[in-house]
Ligand binder design. Structure first.
Ligand code: 1GP
Length: 252
């Protein structure tokens, strides 16, 4: 039986009204020293999850990067693959992404069909994720690579209907992403509208550059905040970001 441990931890935190914080590690941008630094800082900051991936992973050392992280950290490692080749059995779970905001059949189902046997064989916990790219103000790697138009940042209704459809199709997470390094992160109004129409956990990422923004996104309805770029530039932000997310008062 496939484990359900990581997903359960996400939903249990959501049920308890607790917000979670994940650091996104791009395997192209880390070496051994960086991994050690990140392992130490994320443990101190009580980061909930480590996401590993990127829309364009050029280097070929995903296995080694994940093994290194696992050796040095007890925080669960979740793969966030840009393509179906970015899979390693050394992680704990895989966000099994279907790009439901786009109309590119390859990223909705095509790549999944091709990689299904390898994904199953990996033994990873699979978390079916409705992935929604929201316009972040500039074409990002994900929108270019995916050849799919992002949802306009002011079209809350489209985002709401897309998330609802994803949930009704059985997806266990909805991940709204403005793209790595987005100029404009997702608006709080879109986050709160989408959070209001789904029961599954809502993941928010893309261009979150300061702890206040992370805090406000959680207040608006995000359950899990993902930050990559800002932390690549300044690793000391891990502590402040994690503290901000964890300081959001419990919903009663
Ligand atoms: C990108 O949501 C992630 O897919 C994180 O974005 O790198 O801008 O934090 P940043």
């Amino acid at each position: 039986m496939m484990s359900n441990r990581i997903y359960q931890s996400i939903t249990e935190k959501k049920k308890a009204g607790k917000k979670s914080f994940a650091v996104l590690i791009d395997p192209d941008k880390v070496d051994d020293a960086k991994i050690s630094e990140l392992a130490e800082l994320t443990a101190l900051a009580e980061v909930d999850y480590l996401l590993v991936g990127g829309s364009l992973v050029i280097s070929n050392h995903l296995d080694e990067v994940v093994m290194q992280i696992k050796q040095q950290s007890n925080i669960p490692v979740i793969l966030f693959p840009g393509t179906s080749s970015q899979i390693t059995p050394h992680a704990d779970a895989l966000l099994y992404l279907s790009l439901i905001s786009g109309r590119n059949p390859e990223l909705l189902i095509g790549q999944h069909v091709i990689s299904a046997p390898a994904v199953r064989k990996s033994g990873l916990e699979i978390i079916s994720t409705g992935y929604m790219v929201i316009d972040g103000g500039a074409p990002t790697t994900v929108s270019y690579i995916s050849n799919a138009t992002p949802i306009p940042s002011n079209k809350n209704e489209i985002a709401m209907c897309t998330a609802m459809a994803g949930e009704m199709l059985g997806m266990k997470l909805i991940y709204m992403d403005a793209g790595s390094g987005a100029q404009k992160s997702i608006t709080e109004s879109m986050i709160s509208k989408v959070a209001g129409v789904i029961d599954v956990p809502l993941v928010i990422g893309g261009g979150i550059a300061d702890p206040e923004k992370a805090y406000r996104n959680c207040k608006a309805g995000a359950d899990l905040i993902v930050v990559g770029n800002a932390i690549e530039k300044d690793a000391s932000l891990i502590m402040e970001m994690s503290a901000a997310v964890h300081s959001v008062p419990l919903r009663v």
